[in-house]
Ligand binder design. Structure first.
Ligand SMILES: [Zn+2]
Length: 72
């Protein structure tokens, strides 16, 4: 997963975030890549916060796409 924008040849940081699916609660370790410049900024933190609130695992994301769940 990539958050923010990474320009070509820009130094990047890979970090891990404990995410759990907001629908089934399954824990999904997320390896996330972002640019060094973006990491730790205010908008970065907002994006992480948003991600935690809206995160769905692969299975639930598929279910949402085909309309089996309507919660999100
Ligand atoms: Zn799920």
């Amino acid at each position: 997963m990539i958050i923010g924008k990474i320009k070509e040849n820009e130094p990047t940081i890979r970090f891990f975030l404990d995410l759990s699916c907001n629908y089934c609660g399954k824990k999904v370790p997320g390896g996330i890549l972002t640019s060094e410049k973006y990491y730790g900024t205010y908008s970065f933190l907002l994006e992480i916060d948003d991600l935690k609130k809206k995160y769905l695992c692969g299975i639930c994301r598929d279910k949402k796409r085909i309309g089996t769940i309507e919660k999100f």
